[in-house]
Design a protein around this ligand. Structure first.
Ligand code: ATP
Ligand code: MG
Length: 732
């Protein structure tokens, strides 16, 4: 029963909502659907509903399962709930699909033949294993790349097709090869007690499907299931939710069909569009007020998405005012683009913006490097979300592989990674013999290596090296069993295995950097130790956490950091100031998507990007860009042209050399009469009073494309054309 204190807390909770939001939050039992545009408070409704369910006693904290897609979004959601509920949030499952499934499997995977210590393979590990499977088949991996084959397998898994089902469906030579590789890949994963990311979902579904008692346990445990970004669920996620919620039917989903951006990974927009067919009694709520963006940003987003044919019309409005125009800038190349973006960031920060308010988005991960380099040169702190920045580094992956082997002695992939790193004179051939022996005897790679003298065909030197190596590993393994803190374990591991010594012997700046990264990893482990529960199996809990953040490097101390990420990773997030770089045909929309008929999905992605911005939005493009070493000349993105000119402020930046200063046909200045041409740095306008180092005082009488300013000088009455960027002129 709600007492007066909690009564007033609930009133306070509801006071921050508009009428339809309140309707959704206070909805009782039964299915609930919110299908609404960006920034209308869908996520806010979910977090408030969670607080409402808990506050009114409709559900206890641990009876709520709240799911979203990315680590960053999950972290944001958890923080929002925590602000409403405080510490009680701790008992709650607010996490990604993958994290929730991994957690379930830690308890129940043994039913499927795994141990509790199963390893989670990231994309790179999985790809390596696919390569081994292709090698075993004798397939030419230049023709059928492990990447392409893994993509097919992953796609099949997300459609809940196992190797058998897949092989029955396919016909082409490529596909039958994939089917064979899929079979071997599965066999190998099982043998190594490992799962790839897709398996987390598939196996969670399997365990719920095959074991009635598991299904009963979870559907009783989670009386309310809430899902954000429901438009991006795929078949396996859909199935998992059905299994969990079909009994009590307390399933609340929110989403926006215009923001469906994972079709390429098998997301099915139909899941949200047919929700009312699945649940005919679903309560449906519409939200139309956007609380995030200025009218200018919203109108631009609406104009872009209106070009899609498959589009449920939604009318969005905001009362945040018109705001400033969208800044569109075309630069010479990606370096000029980076300089422009970073220059603007510096200017904005000088003017009082906080770094945490600023985000830079791009279509493909590779675009981040130039922007990162520019930021580093200007000494501006930044973070890359989802960019595999830290955990991708070789030394970090090595250290993790060592820990993984200590946790899971069957893991051949991790063992292979570390056995000769640092070099111990254990070559490919020796390793191959050990693996073959393990296979033949049906023992783990650890056991085989620990008794290297029994491995047929192994040279004495290799036997000795392996012996020393395994002695060290055995000692470390005992420390694992004694449950020493992970930080301590990692530190002694790095020393005892000779890893640090090898780096120090290199005496290079690079090796020093690697050492620093490892120190940082020890710090990560210490932070984990400080918060770990007393519970058993701390090493795998640690490794599981690492595996899950490995390709979504989420730092919590994002105070004062510029944020960089792909637009895919930005889904659900919001920033006062947003830059989207690389607005060129072929980059965005991406050429691959264009080839595959995915233009509408690219446009939805543009809609997602634009609607992240609250106050200021910059869209930049480069005339020239190096892509995989080759220079490409891209046309500006069609999405730029889909934004009505009256919402934008378009300008060319000054050309680098006078020789190219002539206006290019088709550039914005000539293609649209309403555009304004001005120089980017520094901004001169007609009528500005200026001073020139040699010619003295003057007034700007014209501004031309390519960064040319025309100045009439008071001294001799002459009119001169100058390059704004290089001429020694200052505005008075
Ligand atoms: P997206 O489609 O991008 O995921 P969304 O629909 O989930 O967006 P939210 O992130 O929940 O939208 O809300 C957008 C912003 O508007 C947030 O800053 C949120 O706090 C704010 N907001 C939403 N509803 C209200 C409200 N009723 N009063 C004040 N602020 C609100
Ligand atoms: Mg949201």
């Amino acid at each position: 029963m709600a007492d007066t204190a909690s009564q007033s807390r609930i009133e306070e909770l509801l006071a921050g909502l508009n009428a339809p939001q309140r309707e959704a939050v206070t909805h009782g039992d039964g299915p609930l659907l919110i299908l609404a545009g960006a920034g209308t408070g869908k996520t806010r409704v979910l977090t408030h509903r969670i607080a409402f369910l808990e506050g009114t006693g409709m559900a206890r904290a641990n009876e709520i399962l709240a799911i979203t897609f990315t680590n960053k979004a999950a972290q944001e959601m958890r923080e929002r709930v925590e602000r409403l509920l405080g510490r009680r949030t701790r008992a709650m499952w607010v996490m990604t699909f993958h994290a929730a499934c991994a957690r379930m499997l830690r308890a129940d995977a043994h039913r499927l033949g795994y141990t509790r210590q199963f390893t989670i393979y990231d994309q790179a590990d999985a790809r390596r294993l696919v390569k081994r499977s292709l090698d075993e088949l004798g397939v030419d991996t230049k023709r059928f790349t492990p990447g392409a084959v893994h993509h097919q397998i992953s796609d099949a898994k997300n459609k809940l097709r196992d190797a058998e089902a897949y092989s029955r469906l396919v016909g082409s030579y490529f596909e039958t090869t994939v089917a064979d590789a899929y079979r071997i890949y599965e066999r190998e994963l099982h043998r190594m007690n490992a799962m790839d990311f897709d398996d987390l979902l598939v196996n969670a579904v399997n365990v719920l499907q095959l074991f009635q008692e598991v299904r009963d346990r979870y559907s009783t445990a989670f009386r309310h299931v809430l899902v954000d970004e429901y438009q991006d669920t795929n078949a396996v996620q859909y199935r998992w939710l059905q299994l969990l919620a079909s009994e009590h039917r307390n399933l609340a989903v929110v989403g926006d069909d215009a923001q469906s951006i994972y079709g390429f990974r098998g997301a099915d927009i139909g899941n949200i569009l047919s929700f009312e067919e699945t649940f005919p009694d679903a309560h449906v709520v519409k939200l139309e007020q956007n609380y995030r963006s200025t009218q200018t940003i919203l109108s631009a987003a609406n104009a872009v998405i209106a070009h899609n044919r498959e589009q449920k019309h939604k009318s969005l409005w905001t009362n945040l005012g018109q705001g400033e125009p969208i800044k569109i800038r075309e630069l010479d190349d990606e370096h000029a683009e980076g300089r422009y973006v970073v220059g603007e960031i510096e200017r904005l920060v000088d003017e009082g913006a906080s770094r945490a308010e600023i985000a830079v988005f791009y279509r493909t991960n590779a675009q981040s490097r130039v922007i990162e380099d520019t930021l580093v040169r200007r000494d501006i702190a930044y973070q890359v979300i989802g960019g595999t920045k830290f955990y991708e580094r070789a030394e970090v992956k090595d250290a993790i592989a060592y820990l993984t082997v200590l946790g899971n002695p069957q893991d051949v992939v991790s063992f292979t990674r570390i056995v000769n790193s640092p070099r111990r004179g254990i070559g490919q051939t020796s390793l191959g013999r050990v693996i073959a022996h393990a296979d033949a005897m049906g023992i783990s790679i650890w056991q085989a290596a620990a008794h290297a003298d029994q491995v047929p065909g192994l040279g004495t030197a290799a036997v000795r090296s392996l012996g020393r190596f395994m002695d060290t590993m055995q000692d470390l393994r005992e420390r694992v069993e004694q449950r020493v803190p992970i930080g301590d374990l990692l530190e002694s591991l790095l020393h005892d295995t000779g890893y640090i010594d090898a780096l120090q012997a290199e005496r290079t700046i690079e090796a020093q950097g690697r050492e620093e990264n490892l120190a940082e990893l020890v710090e990560v482990a210490r932070e984990f130790d400080a918060t770990a529960e007393e519970e058993a199996d701390t090493l795998d809990v640690f490794l599981q956490g690492v595996a899950l953040v490995a390709d979504a490097d989420t730092r919590t101390d994002d105070e004062g950091l510029i944020t960089l990420m792909t637009i895919h990773n930005a889904k659900g997030l919001e920033y006062p100031i947003v830059f989207i770089a690389g607005m060129e045909e072929g980059v965005f929309p991406h050429s691959r998507a264009l080839d595959e008929g995915g233009l509408e999905e690219e446009r939805r992605l543009a809609y997602v990007g634009v609607t992240r911005a609250m106050r200021s939005l910059y869209l930049t493009s480069a005339r020239r860009r190096a892509v995989f070493g080759a220079t490409q000349y891209g046309m500006r993105s069609r999405f730029l042209d889909e934004i009505p000119p009256q919402l934008t402020d378009r300008a060319d930046e000054p050309r680098i050399r006078a020789g190219v200063a002539a206006q290019r046909p088709g550039s914005w200045a000539s293609s649209s009469s309403s555009t304004r041409t001005e120089t980017a740095v520094p901004a001169f306008r007609m009528g500005d009073d200026v001073a020139h180092a040699a010619f003295g005082a003057g007034v700007v009488t014209g501004v031309e494309a390519g960064g040319i300013v025309v100045v009439r000088f008071a001294g001799d009455g002459s009119e001169r054309k100058l390059m704004a960027e290089y001429a020694p002129i200052t505005k008075l």
